[in-house]
Design a protein around this ligand. Structure first.
Ligand SMILES: Cc1ncc(COP(=O)(O)O)c(C=O)c1O
Length: 379
């Protein structure tokens, strides 16, 4: 079977598993604010989805996105996309080219590396899976890696899967390094809303920073496909020139996003509290099992990374064991070939009952992982 067929069948099976507990894709499974659902049902009822949305997104939404990133006082402007992944695809295919380097961390998010390779760039991955550097990129590492050939520095911040987040000073140092070689700085802010503090690179390097934004995680719209690319008007003019989708993103999703952003201050702090509670119970449960360690705590994203090395089990085996019980968690190899054999990732913006189900079963799942036969590849 072709890889795309087995990957599709894998996710189709998960999507069609009744009651599956999604603790693997960093999606948000809390009920949304009532105004979000109302906006979707209103847009369905009034038929406004019959028309295409404006190509760069509803103006109200574009302004709200820039404001949510804390950039309302700058000239940054937003182009709404079908998820952050489309924003990354558009940007990478436009600025990566043969003879140039795309520098990122290891672990990082794999798809933009694929987009960069496809456009001809060489991908350089800087290892950050190391307690000695706090599981973060250092300015020293980045400075040693860049050259005049560096076209892009791509930073997922907060990092998926590690959950570390960089300070404003660190981001400023990175953008100074980008400027020294004329590289673009792509700041993937997919998890920014879960961090205690987030400093968008655009603040320090407006001439060549691009921030990518997602509604999949904080607002829980993964299946409604909505995100954005935020940068200076010149870059957005280029991005808007021949985008993969030039007929506007989903009207229902955009109405949901506008309602979500307008009501965010009211309800999102509560979501963060519930997420932190889940992080705490999972950390405690993991530390009660010999050989398991939570590497970054509290995580600044909606996930936790659990090191399985000392428990002497394969991450894939633990994932398969949980799947037998209707719980999806993610193996490290999804993110990194080099370090993936050492950890699993557990996503925790989910109902407390799901996090508790993960914890209750953990000792038994570790035992099951010792003997389980993998039925097929995991994605
Ligand atoms: C770092 C990172 N960027 C982008 C995305 C994709 O976001 P979206 O669902 O908005 O396309 C993900 C999804 O997991 C991600 O982890």
């Amino acid at each position: 079977m072709k890889t795309f067929e087995s990957r599709n069948a894998y996710f189709d099976r998960l999507c069609n598993t009744p009651g599956l507990m999604w603790l693997g894709q960093n999606t948000n499974h809390f009920d949304p604010h009532p105004s979000v659902l109302q906006a979707v049902t209103d847009a369905l009822a009034d038929g406004s989805y019959h028309a295409y949305a404006p190509p760069a997104g509803f103006e109200a939404l574009r302004r709200l996105i820039v404001a949510d990133l804390g950039l309302a006082d700058t000239d940054a402007t937003a182009f709404v996309t079908d998820g952050a992944v489309e924003a990354l695809y558009n940007v990478c295919s436009r600025i990566c080219a043969p003879g140039t380097d795309f520098v990122t961390t290891d672990p990082s998010w794999a798809w933009p590396m694929q987009f960069a390779r496809q456009a001809g760039s060489r991908v350089v991955e800087l290892p950050i899976f190391d307690a000695a550097q706090g599981y973060k990129l250092t300015a020293k590492q980045l400075a040693a890696a860049v050259t005049p050939q560096t076209r892009v520095i791509y930073l997922v911040d907060p990092n998926n899967p590690l959950g570390t987040c960089h300070t404003a000073d660190e981001i400023r140092a990175f953008t100074d390094i980008a400027r020294s070689v004329g590289a673009w700085f792509i700041h993937d802010a997919t998890y920014a809303q879960f961090a205690d503090a987030f400093a968008p690179a655009y603040r320090f390097y407006p001439e060549k920073s691009i921030v990518t934004y997602s509604f999949s995680k904080w607002l829980g719209l993964a299946g409604m496909r909505l995100g954005a690319v935020v940068s200076n008007p010149d870059l957005i003019e280029k991005v808007a020139d021949a985008p993969p989708n030039n007929l506007g993103s989903n009207v229902l999703s955009q109405r949901a996003a506008i309602a979500g952003l307008r009501s965010k201050a009211e309800w999102f702090p509560g979501i963060k509290q519930r997420l932190r509670r889940n992080q705490q119970v999972v950390r405690d449960a993991a530390h009660a099992v010999p050989g398991l360690t939570v590497l970054v705590y509290p995580s600044q994203a909606n996930l936790l990374v659990i090191d399985t090395t000392a428990a002497d089990i394969k991450p894939e085996a633990l994932v398969a064991a949980y799947q037998e019980h209707g719980i999806m968690i993610r193996q490290g190899t999804y993110h990194t070939k080099r370090f993936g054999h050492r950890f699993v990732k557990v996503s925790l913006s989910v109902p407390e009952a799901w996090a508790d189900a993960f914890c209750d079963r953990l000792p038994a799942m570790v035992e099951r992982a010792r003997s389980i036969e993998l039925a097929g590849p995991l994605f």
